[in-house]
Design a protein around this ligand. Structure first.
Ligand code: NAG
Length: 441
């Protein structure tokens, strides 16, 4: 280290100690920060099961895609504003962060389909077993329960607290299908993100969180929270707000040795050759990010994407469903063009076909397993796809179609987004795509 660098380091340490940490923080947030997204089945994930085969992992992921779409449209909860289920089961990516002061590590499911940052809290009336210790707010200097009259509470609950409530604490209560429910406090707390690009972690104060003290039903012990990145006022993406220029982005990596990334602020700017953008519009669900898919062109044939709600955004861009789910007639046309082009024997034996999957090829000869050019047409944005966007590897010799059929809600899933930097600008209301390897960002 040169003397100049040394002086600079000492000076910056001193300054950051002297100045209010918020000032330091604002700078860090404006520059943006990135965290690693950990694939649910990767060795770094608490869900990792080394005895599972690729076939089992993919089969489970397909099941989760269909589970996800089932609960896509928000149920009618008493706390109407808190629309999404707080579930840590159906999600394909996790991230690590810390909560409170002193910091406690959380390994949370990240979901663009949820709206709250949520953890289990002590003391618990009923908590599901979790592998890591449960967060105890009484030990945190920065934890503050929201009061009934606070702006925060107003964001969560339509009418603040019930008038009859004796307590002045802001509480939430949500329930959803299959007997799952969660209730607890709404609070403000400090979150710290360990960023892989900066030496110093990024700390953010006063993030609204749900502190669950009674959680019943379907939860999994491996993950210790949820980070909601949805399109509502209380998601983390929304709360970071102006300090991150209302932007976040992700890059889901196809290769297991290249990490997937979630970025905020300037780091979430999608730019450079090949960048295309489409308007972000409202759709059936207020939490999800909807865009307008006009159709696809496969082998020179255009297939129009038509849904019952054709005025609003017709497909949600989703990082929680492996499959892309489309209307039945669209699917039928897409599948038939692909099948016709490939002219290879498809798997017909029910025992060889994974559950809920319609089209697979076994031992496809690499020379023949070549797709025609495929273009996705969004409003104002055309995207070229590769083989790995269309076929998912279930085993070394088994490749299955990454599309399937849904009835009312349609999803642009994970497989089709691999190796794209996808940016969501909540202020400009634009979603941008750029093909890239995630380590080149
Ligand atoms: C891990 O995977 C194997 C193979 O599918 C399965 O039998 C076992 O129950 C799984 N273990 C856990 C803890 O889920």
């Amino acid at each position: 280290m040169s003397p100049y660098q040394y002086v600079f380091v000492v000076l910056s340490i001193t300054l950051s100690t002297i100045f209010n940490s918020n000032m330091y923080l604002t700078k860090a947030l404006n520059d943006g920060f990135s965290v690693e997204l950990i694939g649910r089945d990767s060795p770094k994930s608490p869900f990792y099961n080394s005895s599972e085969t690729q076939f089992e992992r993919m089969t489970n992921a397909i099941h989760r895609s269909f589970e996800r779409i089932k609960h896509f449209y928000p149920e009618d909860n008493a706390d109407r504003v808190l629309q999404s289920p707080i579930s840590n089961i159906n999600g394909e990516f996790l991230m690590k962060f810390s909560i409170g002061t002193p910091k406690v590590d959380v390994m949370a499911i990240v979901s663009t389909g949820s709206d709250l940052v949520w953890v289990q809290c002590q003391p618990c009336t009923k908590c599901f077993k979790q592998t890591d210790p449960i967060f105890d707010p009484s030990k945190s200097k920065t934890y503050k329960v929201a009061s009934c009259s606070s702006r925060v509470c107003g964001l969560i609950k339509k009418n603040g607290c019930k008038r009859s409530a004796m307590s002045l604490k802001c509480k939430y209560e949500v329930s959803y299908g299959e007997g799952s429910a969660s209730s607890g406090d709404i609070a403000e707390e400090t979150l710290t993100f360990d960023t892989n690009v900066r030496n110093s972690p990024t700390r953010v104060d006063k993030i609204i969180i749900g502190c669950g003290r009674k959680n019943e039903g379907h939860f999994s012990p491996q993950s210790t929270g949820v980070v909601g990145l949805g399109n509502s006022d209380i998601s983390l993406a929304s709360q970071l707000g102006g300090s991150t220029h209302h932007k976040f982005s992700y890059c889901l990596s196809l290769k297991t040795n290249i990490p997937s990334l979630l970025s905020f602020g300037e780091k979430a700017t999608v730019s450079g050759p090949g960048t295309v953008s489409t308007p972000l519009i409202s759709g059936r669900s207020p939490i999800h990010y909807y865009i307008n898919l006009k159709g696809m062109t496969v082998a020179g044939k255009r297939i129009n994407f038509v849904t019952p709600d054709s005025n609003a955004g017709n497909i949600a861009i989703d990082s929680g469903s492996t499959l892309t789910l489309v209307p039945a007639d669209f699917y039928a046309k897409l599948e038939s063009i692909i099948v016709e082009h490939l002219r290879l024997p498809r798997v017909t034996d029910k025992n060889e076909l994974p559950a809920l999957v319609k089209l697979c090829y076994k031992n496809p000869p690499p020379a023949l397993f070549k797709l025609p050019p495929i273009t996705v047409h969004f409003d104002g944005a055309d995207i070229q796809l590769d083989l790995h966007h269309i076929f998912i590897k279930f085993a070394n010799n088994l490749f299955c179609f990454a599309f399937n059929v849904a009835k009312n809600d349609f999803l642009y899933g994970i497989a089709i987004q691999y190796n794209f930097h996808v940016g969501i600008d909540r202020q400009k209301k634009v979603v941008s795509f750029r093909p890239t390897e995630c380590n080149k960002l």
